[in-house]
Ligand binder design. Structure first.
Ligand code: AHR
Length: 495
C-alpha cells in the first residue's frame, strides 16, 4: 500500500489557470477545418468558428490560446490577414505542407475566437522575418484606443474597440525556425523589438514573453535571461516527447509495444528535470524571480498518420497520451510558484491535440478528458503533498527510472480539495492510503479516466475512452484508501 499525504496547512502558490492553455498554429488542419470553417460552411458555426469545437473547448475550460505559431509566426505578416477577405494576400505556408494560406483567419478572427471561447489571448510576434515597426504596429492595431493610424485602420476594418492582449511573444524558437540566432543576439533583439511594443492602456500591462530554450539548452536560458531580465515577464521553454528519441523515426501514435510505452512515459517525465534545471539557471540570474517560466509548446510528437500530408503533423491519440498529459499537468501544478503559462501543442488535428475533426465529425481525444478532469485546479492553491511509489525502469533509456505514481493536490476558496493521481504503469494497479493532515473528511467523490494503453477515440466508435465515476475507494475519517487501475488518471474531490 503506497502512502499519500496531503497537507492543507501547507499552501504553496496559486495555480495560474493559464497552465491549462493550448496552442493553435496555421499548421495542417488546426486553424482551417479544425477551428475555422468560414461563415458559409454547412458545418454549424458562429462567425466562421465551428460550434462543436468551441463548445467542447469551453467545456474543457480552456483558459488561454496561443496563436498564430510556432514556426509560422516568424513568417507571418499580420497586415496580410486584415480587411476584406477577398483581397487578402495569399501565400505558401512553406513550413507546413507547402499549402496555400489565404489569410482568411487573421487578427479579427483570432480575437473573435477568443471572445467565443471566453479565454485569454496570447499572440506571437514575428522577429525572424518581420520588422520592429511591423511588430509595434500590430500591438498598436490590437490595443490602442486613441487617435493613431493603426487604431483608425482597425475601426475601418469593422472593430472600433481595441481588444485585450494578455500575452505577447517576441519571436518563436529564435534558436531554430525563428531565425537560427545565437542567444546573445536574440536577447538584444528582444530588447529592441519589445521597446516599441507599447502598453497603451493604463493599468493593462501586456505580459512579454521572450523566446526560451529548446528542451535542455541551459546556455540559451542563461544568455537570454541575462539580457531580458529587466524587460520580460516570461521566458518560454519548448519540450516535446518523442518516444524513440529519433526525429526521423519518432514512432507510431497507435502501434507500440510495452517498451515503447515505458520509454514514452520516461521521456515525458524529463519535463520535471528540465524545468527544475532551467529554474535554477533563471534564479541564479534573477534571484528576485520576476521572470516566470512558460512552457508554450509541449506534448507527444509521433510519425504522422499514414496517408496524411507529412507537413500537417496529424496524429491519433491514445490512453498513452492521456497519461503523458496527466503526469505533465501534475508536474506543472507542482511548479505553480514559478510557472505562469503552458500551452499544449496543439488544439485540433495537430500533434497531441485535444480534438480531432473529419469534415463535420468531431471527436474528443483522451487528452481532452484529462484537461477537463484537471480544470478545477485552475486558480486553486497548490497544497503540499507527497506520495510513495515504486519506480519503473525504461530499458530503451539506459534503465532510467521514473515514478509509477505522480499526483498533485489543490484547494479552492470553499476549502474543497482536488487531488489528481496518475498511475503510469500500463500493467500494474496500485493501492494507496491517503491521509489529509489535520482534517476530517466529510465526503469524497472520485472520477476516473482509464483504459488499455492503446485505447483511443475515433470517428467510427466515438468516445470509447471517457471520464466515469470511480468507486473503488473507501472513505476514512481523515482520508481514504483506493485501488488505482493500471494506466489510469483519478481525480478525488474531498470535502
Ligand atoms: O508545434 C509544431 C512546431 O514545433 C512549432 O511550429 C514550432 O515552434 C515547434 O518546433
Amino acid at each position: 500500500m503506497e502512502k499519500y499525504l496531503i497537507n492543507p496547512n501547507q499552501k504553496i502558490a496559486k495555480i495560474n489557470k493559464d497552465i491549462y492553455g493550448s496552442f493553435s498554429e496555421h499548421l495542417g488542419r488546426c486553424i482551417y477545418e479544425g477551428i475555422y470553417v468560414g461563415e458559409n460552411s454547412k458545418i454549424p458555426n458562429v462567425n466562421g468558428m465551428r460550434t462543436d469545437v468551441v463548445t467542447a473547448l469551453r467545456e474543457m475550460g480552456l483558459p488561454v490560446l496561443r496563436w498564430p505559431g510556432g514556426c509560422f509566426a516568424d513568417e507571418y505578416h499580420w497586415k496580410d490577414g486584415i480587411g476584406e477577405k477577398s483581397s487578402r494576400k495569399k501565400m505558401i505556408n512553406t513550413h507546413w505542407g507547402g499549402v496555400v494560406e489565404d489569410n482568411s483567419f487573421g487578427t479579427h478572427e483570432y480575437f473573435e475566437l477568443c471572445r467565443q471561447l471566453g479565454c485569454d489571448t496570447y499572440v506571437n510576434g514575428n522577429v525572424g522575418s518581420g520588422s520592429v515597426r511591423e511588430m509595434s504596429e500590430w500591438v498598436e492595431y490590437i490595443t490602442f484606443d486613441g487617435v493613431s493610424p493603426m487604431a483608425e485602420l482597425r475601426a475601418k476594418n469593422g472593430h472600433k474597440e481595441p481588444w485585450k492582449l494578455d500575452y505577447f511573444g517576441v519571436g518563436n524558437e529564435s534558436w531554430g525556425c525563428g531565425g537560427n540566432m545565437d542567444p546573445e543576439y536574440y536577447g538584444c533583439l528582444f530588447k529592441r523589438y519589445n521597446t516599441y511594443c507599447r502598453d497603451y492602456k493604463a493599468g493593462e500591462h501586456i505580459k512579454r514573453i521572450a523566446c526560451g530554450p529548446n528542451s535542455g539548452d541551459y546556455h540559451w536560458t542563461r544568455e537570454v535571461m541575462d539580457k531580458v531580465k529587466h524587460h520580460a515577464n516570461g521566458i518560454s521553454l519548448h519540450y516535446y516527447t518523442v518516444p524513440t528519441g529519433n526525429w526521423n523515426h519518432k514512432g507510431s501514435a497507435t502501434e507500440f509495444d510495452n517498451n515503447e510505452y515505458i520509454s514514452t512515459i520516461c521521456k515525458a517525465y524529463k519535463m520535471e528535470e528540465i524545468i527544475t534545471n532551467h529554474l535554477a539557471v533563471m534564479d541564479s540570474i534573477n534571484p528576485q524571480k520576476w521572470v516566470k517560466l512558460i512552457v508554450d509548446e509541449w506534448g507527444t510528437w509521433y510519425d504522422v498518420e499514414e496517408g496524411t500530408n507529412p507537413g500537417f503533423l496529424y496524429q491519433q491519440s491514445t490512453m498513452r497520451d492521456a497519461i503523458v498529459a496527466a503526469l505533465t499537468l501534475n508536474i506543472f501544478n507542482k511548479h505553480a510558484d514559478r510557472i505562469m503559462m503552458c500551452n499544449i501543442a496543439q488544439t485540433v488535428n495537430v500533434l497531441q491535440s485535444v480534438i480531432l475533426t473529419d469534415g463535420e465529425k468531431m471527436v474528443k481525444t483522451p487528452t481532452y478528458y484529462v484537461f477537463k478532469m484537471f480544470k478545477e485546479h485552475q486558480n486553486n492553491t497548490l497544497l503540499g503533498s507527497f506520495i510513495t511509489t515504486e519506480n519503473i525502469k525504461s530499458k530503451n533509456d539506459e534503465n532510467r527510472e521514473f515514478p509509477q505514481l505522480i499526483e498533485s493536490a489543490s484547494i479552492d476558496e470553499n476549502g474543497v480539495i482536488y487531488s489528481t493521481v496518475t498511475n503510469t504503469s500500463s500493467t500494474k494497479s496500485a493501492k494507496i492510503k491517503c491521509q489529509i493532515a489535520d482534517r476530517k473528511v466529510k465526503s469524497l467523490r472520485a472520477e476516473i479516466l482509464t483504459g488499455e494503453c492503446h485505447s483511443k477515440n475515433d470517428f467510427e466508435n466515438g468516445d470509447n475512452v471517457k471520464v466515469v465515476d470511480f468507486t473503488d475507494f473507501k472513505k476514512l475519517s481523515d482520508g481514504f484508501t483506493a485501488n488505482l487501475p493500471a494506466c489510469s488518471v483519478v481525480k478525488f474531490i474531498i470535502e
